[in-house]
Design a protein. Structure first.
Length: 466
């Protein structure tokens, strides 16, 4: 004979069920976070700094091959084709933003490669595998076959040539491109596009159609240009909605900066990464300016949303433009270490900008230190600790009772820079490790200091001695 369940037993059964339900919800939440978008800062390579608008398919493949062979094991994974992939650069051309002209009938030259629905497609002369309407699918398949992810750059809005041609909008019956364009919304430095009037029927469907196309191509990353400065709220939300409509985890990168600091809450919700400043190049003053931008944005970045310091200016740059002659980075070796160290300490997305097959031993060293990359991928809450006329010290929380610390010499002469354990909330003895050298420097009582060359840095891990 079964005994009736007592009130006490019933209480414990309900309580256990509640705890089990909460446990399962927590497991599911962590599972979603583990497979979410840009949980850590994205890492990869972008074609812009070395090829401008003129990168060709074989060059993209060569850089992808390099990443797969030398860098993938360290976390580098995105291969991003930057702008004007629909434009047929003449042989030897280094023109970065060719303005379209209008002929007597109103049509545009140069004419960008475009499908019947007003969606730009890769120029087959530069991307031969795109012949026959294949788009970027073959190149994306190649990149995915290496175990990497594929990304593209796009300009905000809809092509002016589609507006002239009144191309139909896929998924919006009876709507054509001229009915959804905002012809007063123009990019000041490249005249190929009009903005979209997101209040018009068919505007969201147009964005849905281009993201559906990119999804068919296997795109994992989309960098949308001319959208963060001036900040275009309706179109940013439109791109995010279109990405969500694909059901795929596609990283949304917003460019260029400076993104308004007042938009921090909105951009954190709708973007996965956004530029804090205009294009960054290989000039020491621009490193200092970027650190100042970073200070304005400190406390904002986190899983799924990252302030972006822009691409890494190391290695062979400007092979076909866009800025200055073909060269290796003008940064000195000390400045290169400062550049990479700060980007990692700040937890910026890391996008290599040089032509990787021409890397020298210094670039290989800069890009393959797993402890340095861990600073970018594992640190928490990067912030300025202190600054004076000659020194700038930044920190972020490391796993365990430890801190990542960057000591940056911003002066024109060598001098000593110190870190006080008490400033980090550490008491008693501490251990200090040089992260670049992967060397333990010893045990210290109150802090640590070291002489650092001009424009140089020291990247440390400071831990409480157990």
């Amino acid at each position: 004979m079964e005994r009736p369940i007592t009130k006490t037993q019933n209480y414990y059964m309900k309580t256990n069920c509640l705890f089990l339900a909460l446990f399962l919800c927590n497991v599911m939440l962590h599972a979603q976070q583990a497979t979410g978008i840009a949980i850590t800062p994205p890492m990869g390579w972008n074609s812009y700094n070395c090829y401008g608008s003129a990168v060709h398919e074989d060059e993209v493949k060569a850089n992808a091959d390099y990443v797969a062979q030398h860098l993938k094991q360290f976390g580098w994974q995105y291969i991003v084709v930057d702008f004007l992939w629909s434009y047929d650069n003449p042989p030897g051309s280094t023109i970065g933003n060719p303005f379209q002209q209008r002929l007597y009938d109103g049509s545009y030259v140069p004419w960008l490669t475009m499908d019947e629905y007003g969606r730009l497609t890769p120029q087959p002369t530069k991307f031969p595998s795109a012949f026959g309407g294949k788009g970027f699918k073959p190149l994306s398949d190649y990149v995915h076959g290496l175990g990497l992810k594929f990304g593209i750059h796009v300009m905000r809005g809809i092509p002016r040539q589609a507006v002239w041609a009144k191309t139909p909008v896929l998924g919006a019956k009876g709507i054509t491109a001229d009915m959804i364009a905002d012809t007063s919304s123009k990019c000041p430095w490249m005249n190929h596009m009009y903005g979209l009037d997101m209040s018009k029927p068919g505007a969201q469907e147009y964005l849905n159609s281009i993201l559906a196309l990119y999804n068919d191509w296997g795109v994992d990353f989309i960098k949308v240009d001319d959208i963060a400065r001036d900040y275009n709220t309706p179109e940013i939300e439109g791109y995010k909605k279109a990405i969500d409509n694909t059901g795929k985890n596609i990283v949304l990168s917003l460019s260029p900066g400076a993104t308004p600091r007042t938009k921090a809450e909105h951009v954190s919700k709708y973007g996965n990464m956004w530029r804090m400043a205009d294009d960054f190049w290989d000039n020491w003053k621009e490193i200092l300016q970027m650190m100042q931008f970073a200070k304005q944005w400190q406390g904002v970045g986190g899983p799924g949303h990252w302030p972006d310091c822009d691409m890494i200016q190391a290695g062979k740059l400007s092979k076909r433009g866009p800025v200055g002659p073909e060269r290796y980075s003008r940064f000195t070796e000390d400045e290169l270490y400062t550049h990479i160290s700060f980007w990692c300490l700040y937890r910026s997305p890391l996008m290599l900008g040089g032509n990787l097959p021409e890397n020298r031993p210094i670039e290989e060293k800069l890009f393959t230190n797993d402890e340095v990359i861990a600073v970018d991928q594992q640190g928490e809450n990067p912030r300025e600790l202190y600054k004076n006329d000659s020194s700038w010290v930044w920190v972020s929380k490391a796993p365990g009772n430890a801190w990542y610390v960057g000591l940056f010499n911003i002066a024109e002469n060598a001098h000593s820079i110190s870190i006080d354990a008490a400033q980090l909330g550490l008491k008693g003895k501490i251990t200090v490790r040089d992260i670049w050298k992967k060397a333990d420097l010893g045990v210290f009582k109150k802090g640590y200091n070291q002489n650092i060359p001009p424009h140089g840095c020291l990247l440390l891990k400071v831990s409480q001695l157990q």
